[in-house]
Ligand binder design. Structure first.
Ligand code: SF4
Ligand code: SF4
Length: 474
């Protein structure tokens, strides 16, 4: 295998610091062991089922959640979000950013270890690999063995399954943006929109490459979050750590020398064998640690077998390592700030969503010119009226204009709008008796829907300047 210049640089650093650095030159085949963090990992990973199954949820005979970009509408059950309400999504995104900051400040890179699509998909791919090629040692042997019918069969089935999952990931992503059932039909009949094919191709290639081949290298060298997480860590951030005081000097089981001065670590390397990023937690916290806790499961298992107290490797903060008792996470400034921001953002989101109305009206008063004089002496103002039905049903509306009695065209108008339909109309208002008309007259456009809900839009009717005594001066 050739060594790149970056590998060369890393190799030099490695020898200076005495730390092994995973540059991907050797494939990591982690051992799979049962334990509480492994169970937790399955539970958190199973949340991704929402991604695969969500698009098939129906509501009122429609797709319950649909990000319909061509119709410029995001639908969440009964709620329809139109471009003018998209600002709410900014708060939703901000909420998740703050949640990530809080999680990192409290427990490090747990998002990576338990929920990130890269680690979840990689874990699933490795599970398939283990079912088909056996435990780590057998997998390594198979990789090195010459090609024969058995190897060809096992590898072909594995890659076919990987590709199927990758393609399903692509279809599932596209299904959030268009009707899921029609999408499948379109793919199978080769009639899908070019954008749908592009999404499928990108996700299939990306998932297959990242989860099948690059694996932990993405966490080490590509992920931007891995680079910035350090600034969110504090002395009270709980991370998987090895208790060197208790564990050292490590010694293999059965070694008789220094029996009186031996640490609890029996140097079985099980904590390294299970690590999905191939690092040795006994060397201290490292950038590649995704805080998945699998090394804790492994070491607890060993300690249990040896009748020793568990926790030689455990989640601990620097403070609790030093003093024996850490500060509760919610008392740290970063966690408090992030926690309060989360509460504030949640309140804003709930309040904004509860105030999204079922229809909208806006009126633009043309100002060039502000008014015109008609041949019969009347004054005319011009308005641009926009009304949108923000529901998924056809709705009847009643529009009326409220203002000084001098202004004509104030009758009621009834009309229907289709689901999501928006109309834009020019409205002309004339005032005949201008002798008593003020220069600026407040008027309102009043819109009622078929349920009696009302919206008012305040604007003005501009009359002749007052200096002319209310009479239009040519
Ligand atoms: S060192 Fe432990 S917690 Fe960190 S990635 Fe490896 S197994 Fe997970
Ligand atoms: S699993 Fe525990 S006992 Fe075994 S090498 Fe790791 S820290 Fe030492």
């Amino acid at each position: 295998m050739t060594t790149s210049s970056s590998d060369y640089l890393i190799e030099s650093l490695k020898s200076e610091q005495g730390l092994p650095i995973n540059t991907g030159s050797q494939k990591v085949h982690p051992k799979r062991m049962a334990g509480r963090f492994r169970t937790l990992k399955w539970w958190t990973a199973s949340l991704w089922l929402i991604f695969f199954l969500g698009p098939y949820l129906r509501w009122n005979e429609q797709q319950a959640i649909l990000l319909d970009i061509p119709a410029r509408q995001f639908r969440f059950f009964n709620l329809a979000i139109f471009p003018q309400d998209v600002w709410i999504l900014t708060f939703v995104l901000l909420f998740f950013v703050m949640l990530l900051i809080l999680l990192t400040a409290v427990a490090g890179r747990v998002f990576c270890g338990f929920f990130c699509f890269q680690t979840v998909w990689t874990d699933l791919y490795m599970w398939i690999e283990e079912r088909l090629e056996g435990p780590p040692r057998r997998r390594q042997q198979l990789d090195q063995a010459p090609w024969n019918a058995e190897k060809l069969l096992r590898k072909t089935v594995k890659h076919a399954l990987w590709l199927m999952i990758a393609a399903l990931t692509g279809v599932s992503f596209a299904a959030w943006f268009t009707d899921a059932h029609h999408l499948w039909q379109a793919y199978f009949s080769l009639q899908a929109h070019p954008a749908a094919w592009m999404v499928l191709a990108m996700f299939t290639a990306g998932t297959y490459l990242f989860a099948g081949f690059m694996r932990e290298q993405v966490c080490f060298w590509l992920c931007p979050y891995a680079r910035i997480q350090g600034v969110m860590y504090g002395e009270n951030t709980a991370l998987p750590v090895y208790d060197a005081q208790r564990g050292e000097p490590r010694q293999k089981l059965g070694a008789v020398k220094n029996q009186t001065n031996r640490g609890a670590c029996v140097d079985c390397d099980l904590c390294v064998a299970v690590c999905p990023t191939g690092i040795d937690i006994r060397d201290g916290q490292q950038i590649g640690c995704i805080t998945c806790g699998l090394c804790i499961d492994a070491c607890d298992h060993v300690m249990g077998k040896l009748d020793q107290p568990k926790g030689l490797v455990s989640y601990k903060s620097l403070n609790s390592m030093r003093t024996g008792q850490g500060k509760p996470f919610y008392k740290t400034p970063l966690a408090m700030t992030a926690g309060l921001s989360l509460v504030a953002l949640l309140l804003i989101i709930i309040s904004s969503i509860s105030h999204i109305s079922e229809f909208s009206i806006s009126v633009y008063h043309h100002r060039q010119p502000e008014f015109i004089k008609l041949s019969d002496g009347a004054i005319r103002n011009r308005y641009q009226l926009k009304i949108q039905n923000k529901t998924d049903r056809a709705v009847g509306y009643q529009l009326s204009i409220i203002g000084p009695s001098e202004i004509k065209n104030q009758g009621r108008v009834h009309f229907m709008l289709e689901p999501g339909e928006a109309i834009s109309r020019t409205v002309l208002l004339d005032a005949l008796d201008i002798a008593h008309l003020a220069e600026i007259n407040a008027i309102s456009f009043r819109l009622l829907n078929d349920k009696g809900a009302e919206k008012m839009f305040q604007t003005v009717f501009i009359g002749p300047p007052e200096k002319t005594g209310g009479v239009w001066d040519d």
